[in-house]
Design a protein around this ligand. Structure first.
Ligand code: T6T
Length: 344
């Protein structure tokens, strides 16, 4: 696990909120990353070596099976599991919703993986199913999103979503010179990450730019819905000059609406997620700032924590981790230390 410790310690140096003890104990094993694939019909599955005699198998259930954010997690989680000699299962629903995710979890429970990594699509609707994993002795680690009852979790790993929202508000507030109105485009009401981003944005706006009015919409994680909502907001509020898309779909939908309204010169768009299509919009100045996460690092850490929990190294497992974000702007995106965080 040599890479593990260097990644963790680099992240710690970059402001990661975990204990320094995480840098002190490690073991290592070698191996090369196996390739994996996924497809989206009703579910996407990639199973590697889960039945080839390995002692442990870790399962990763993403929010949905097609989002580049979760595909980055899949690749990194698979690579780390291979390195640690564990089998890896990837099972995701085509849609980001608790209704779609619940049957995926139920089917997975029947296969009894050694550990479950999951990005829950609702903070409470899946708790009953997750409790069944816990009762079956399967450690649960949430990645990205989480649940309200954290007592059943071995760990939860996410980004500093509140800080990311606040940073978007700072960029908008400055561009707006503290006047006018702004809009937050949330995804679904049950998404803990995007909710925290929107709340962080609103709190920062209130504190630093109290004259700015902030409107909110939920796009149900659908880009075309975000476009429709932003088009209506632009028509209804002539002083609307900032839009914060709390994920890539929201920001891309906002960009289409602003472009269609020919308002690009007066509207600042702050987006989330270094998904390649959104980065292209940053490079051509359609949007002004991207708050990027580190999905690969989240998955790598989660697989390592699963391994530690299964092998009795519980002292290495932090119960809550918030990884720092990377701010991408039109001026710094050419810097390799920034562009390295574009999602693969
Ligand atoms: O922003 C990420 C993730 O953090 C969020 O929970 C859901 O949307 C994304 O997957 C991006 O599409």
């Amino acid at each position: 696990m040599a890479i593990r410790r260097s990644m963790l310690c680099a992240a710690l140096a970059g402001g990661l909120a975990i204990g320094a003890a995480a840098c002190s104990s490690s073991s290592s094993s070698s191996g090369s990353a196996a390739s994996s694939s996924s497809s989206a019909s009703s579910t996407a599955t990639s199973t590697s070596s889960a039945s080839s005699g390995q002692k442990f198998t870790v399962a990763l259930v993403p929010g949905d099976s097609t989002d580049p954010f979760y595909l980055s997690m899949e690749a990194a989680g698979q690579a780390e599991a291979t390195k640690l000699g564990m089998g890896f299962i990837w099972e995701g629903a085509a849609d980001f919703s608790p209704e779609a995710q619940q049957p995926v979890l139920a089917a997975l429970l029947a296969r009894h993986p050694s550990a479950l990594l999951v990005a829950p699509t609702d903070p409470s609707a899946l708790t009953g199913t997750l409790e069944q994993f816990k009762s079956a002795g399967i450690p649960i680690i949430t990645v990205d999103t989480t649940i309200t009852d954290t007592s059943i979790l071995t760990s939860r790993i996410t980004s500093d979503n509140t800080q990311g929202g606040a940073e978007a508000a700072d960029a908008c507030g400055a561009a707006m010179k503290g006047t006018g109105s702004a809009a937050v485009i949330y995804t679904t009401p049950g998404t803990t990450t995007t909710n925290a981003r929107g709340q962080g944005f609103i709190a920062e706006m209130k504190a630093k730019y109290p004259s700015v009015t902030v409107y909110s919409e939920y796009d149900n994680n659908t880009e075309s819905t975000a476009t429709t909502q932003v088009s209506s907001l632009l028509l209804a509020h002539s002083n609307l000059t900032c839009i914060f898309g709390t994920n890539d779909y929201a920001a891309e939908g906002a960009a289409t609406a602003v472009d269609t309204a020919h308002d690009a010169s007066k509207v600042t768009i702050a987006g989330y997620d270094a998904e390649p299509a959104l980065v292209s919009l940053l490079k051509n100045h359609t949007i002004s700032i991207i708050i990027a996460q580190k999905p690969a690092l989240e998955a790598t850490m989660a697989v390592e924590y699963a391994y530690d929990a299964l092998t009795g190294k519980t002292a290495s497992v932090q119960s809550s981790v918030q990884l720092p974000n990377v701010t991408m702007t039109t001026t710094n995106i050419g810097d390799p230390s920034i562009s390295e965080w574009i999602y693969k």
